[in-house]
Design a protein. Structure first.
Length: 146
């Protein structure tokens, strides 16, 4: 298969639909924690703001300036993040990285929507952008917990 047709397959209708409908877009006013992550390879950036209440994400906002894959990953995260613990976010980040880089399993529910990004395994130059949102959320949750 040619590289061009592989890219067309990668940017599936499902990924583009996720990228077009990202939950919790926008910054929060006075969040407990805020983390900005940037992929040096492609320039994608994600900023995550969040609050914890009783050890769980109670408010969440994200500013996403990324390719469709990074946007799709932010959409999956945004759909599942409320109510999650810092530990669950760290686990999701590890599982997503393992899925992409080591042919690991799809992350556990409620983060199993990352399955849509399975075709990106073969595109190592896209991995950093895909990981930005969940890594930023995990870091922000750790900061808010401190």
């Amino acid at each position: 298969m040619s590289e061009s047709s592989d890219l067309i397959k990668l940017y599936s209708t499902r990924i583009l639909a996720l990228a077009a409908d990202i939950p919790h877009l926008g910054r929060l006013e006075a969040p407990q924690a805020s983390v900005r992550k940037r992929s040096p390879l492609c320039g994608s950036t994600v900023t995550v703001d969040l609050d914890l209440t009783d050890g769980r994400v109670s408010r969440f906002g994200q500013e996403v300036k990324a390719c469709a894959l990074g946007q799709a990953a932010a959409a999956v995260l945004g759909d599942a993040v409320l109510g999650q613990t810092p530990e669950a976010l760290e686990r999701a980040a590890r599982q997503l990285e393992d899925m992409l880089k080591h042919d690991g399993a799809v992350p556990d529910a409620p983060f199993d929507g990352f399955e849509a990004l399975l075709p990106a395994r073969d595109f190592k130059n896209r991995h950093a952008s895909i990981l930005l949102a969940v890594q930023a959320a995990a870091e922000a949750a750790r900061q808010a917990q401190s």
